[in-house]
Write a protein that binds this ligand. Structure first.
Ligand code: CUA
Length: 229
């Protein structure tokens, strides 16, 4: 979860988010190098005393400063494509979770397990306990097993919502009439917080997502408890 003064990305809790952070750092490094080089050249122009009165063309330099940036862009484009296809790959998921966006709450369905379903509402500030996080905690958490491939199917019932969890590198739009798919693998146990990321109406800010990542035997226990009730 993000806390005060955490302006960068959150620590990753899934392999895909780890790759996304690597790519971000890679792209930022190239960006800084270009900015420093261009900035240096622009500043040095102010202190230049030389004038070439016969300058009409410069075929060679134009070739260089056209092809060189194109090659630099390839160094961003290929890792970007690699990541794009990596994010899209579904690798034999062991659990499928359906999440449906509503104005303004999420509802979830575990259709692998006799269709366990529940709604997940934000806990209002006046009902919050002292260990709760304001605008971020929900009444019914999603429980998912760690160290397992998990498939998420996202849709919406009314307007466009977005199911987003930064630490897991997941951000999928829930669109009415469409079913979107994504997947992730949670590296460790813990609570992972997210929020809706499409401007979906007046209470857009108040439909958070909480995942409780637990060892698989706890997950099975949770499932069997819910099946009996
Ligand atoms: Cu749902 Cu914004």
């Amino acid at each position: 979860m993000s806390t005060w003064a955490n302006l960068g990305l959150q620590d990753s809790a899934s392999p895909l988010m780890e790759q996304l952070i690597f790519f971000h750092d890679h792209a930022l490094l190239i960006l800084v190098m270009i900015t420093v080089l261009v900035g240096y050249l622009m500043i040095m122009l102010f202190f230049n005393n030389y004038v070439n009165r016969f300058l009409l063309h410069g075929q060679l330099i134009e070739m260089i400063w056209t092809i060189l940036p194109a090659i630099i862009l390839l160094f961003i484009a290929f890792p970007s494509l690699r990541l794009l296809y990596l994010l899209d790959e579904i690798n034999e998921p062991s659990v499928t979770l359906k999440s449906i966006g509503h104005q303004w709450y999420w509802s979830y369905e575990y259709s692998d397990f006799n269709n366990i379903e529940f709604d997940s509402y934000m806990i209002p500030t006046n009902e919050l306990t002292t260990d709760g996080f304001r605008l971020l905690d929900v009444d019914n958490r999603i429980v998912l097993p760690m160290n397992s491939q998990i498939r998420i199917l996202v849709t919406a019932a009314d307007v466009i919502h977005s199911w987003t969890i930064p630490a897991l590198g997941v951000k999928v739009d829930g669109t009415p009439g469409r079913l979107n798919q994504t997947n992730f693998f949670i590296n460790r146990p813990g609570l992972f917080y997210g929020q809706c990321s499409e401007i979906c109406g007046a209470n857009h800010s108040f439909m958070p997502i909480v995942i409780e990542s637990v060892p698989i035997n706890y997950f099975i226990k949770w499932i069997s408890n819910n099946l009996n009730s």
